[in-house]
Ligand binder design. Structure first.
Ligand code: BJW
Length: 225
């Protein structure tokens, strides 16, 4: 067993105090997904979208990595070069736990993106749509995150890693958002061992050969160690 691909979702950061999307009382219970996580929603009401992400950026800054993030950092350190960590999360808790090589397929709260020229720069603490782009000066600042209908980041690295994986491990994700939701089935068909670590069975739990259910701070360290 050498090439391990790990996919994480909002569930791994839940016990750090960051809300998930689809659980009861989660982010989509408080905000309409089409208003805050689509390019059309941003075009309609950029201030609402910036309020949503400014609040989440502040919350993520105050959060601390938990035992699950730390266990994955240990795994990477112990299997240098053999672990690919893909996260759908926009927080930086994996990095703050010590993971060095994190692929943020849905972008990062820490990034700003110019809607006009595509330039990227570090996000200010509070972002506004009219903030000028440092490169082209257009007042077209948006969070550097991937909304529905947009192409996830790092696909050029993620796709070959999935193809080469000996083991695919999914942690704290509901399996409802593509393309990530298709990864377990894809890797399983190519012969990888597939493992799900989650609070409860996800939508695609049948795609996993091995499953462990419980809070991430318990099941992830237990699986790693
Ligand atoms: C715990 C826990 C604890 C709780 N311990 N666990 C094929 C079929 C149908 C539709 C599509 C398709 N392909 C594409 C689509 C369209 C669309 C899509 O998937 N729609 C679905 C609604 C059906 N996908 C897209 O548009 C994507 N783009 C795309 O596919 O482009 C085409 C393309 C792809 C590849 C190559 C070329 C072209 C883009 C999707 C962007 C998603 N963006 C968001 C927002 C990001 C910014 C932000 O954070 O605000 O990403 S939406 C949101 O959902 C966010 C998350 O990353 C993502 C996944 O959520 P996640 O992490 O799974 O959270 P939850 O809340 O759903 O689940 C939490 C889980 O944790 C639960 O299971 C709990 O049980 C568990 N849990 N506490 C352990 N303590």
């Amino acid at each position: 067993m050498n090439k391990i691909v790990i996919l994480t979702g909002a569930g791994i950061s839940a016990e750090s105090g960051l809300g998930t999307f689809r659980d009861e009382g989660g982010l989509w219970a408080q905000h309409a997904v089409e208003d805050v996580a689509t390019p059309e929603g941003f075009a309609r009401n950029p201030a609402l979208v910036h309020d949503f992400y400014n609040a989440r950026r502040a919350q993520a800054t105050g959060a601390r990595p938990n035992a699950a993030h730390q266990a994955l950092a240990r795994l990477e350190a112990e299997h240098r070069g053999e672990v690919t960590l893909i996260t759908q999360n926009v927080d930086d808790l994996h990095e703050r736990a010590g993971s060095r090589n994190v692929l943020h397929m849905h972008g990062e709260l820490a990034g700003a993106l110019c809607h006009s020229c595509g330039h990227r720069w570090p996000a200010p603490v509070v972002m506004h749509a009219q903030d000028p782009c440092p490169a082209c000066r257009a007042p077209a600042t948006r969070p550097d995150v991937v909304w529905f209908g947009e192409i996830p980041y790092h696909m050029d690295v993620i796709d070959p890693a999935l193809t080469e994986a000996d083991m695919f491990v999914s942690i704290g994700t509901s399996g409802q958002v593509y393309p990530a939701a298709a990864y377990a089935q894809h890797c399983g068909r190519l012969g990888a061992v597939t493992v799900e670590l989650n609070l409860e069975p996800s939508s695609n739990s049948r795609d996993f050969a091995e499953t462990h259910y419980g809070p991430a701070t318990q099941v992830v360290p237990a699986w790693v160690d």
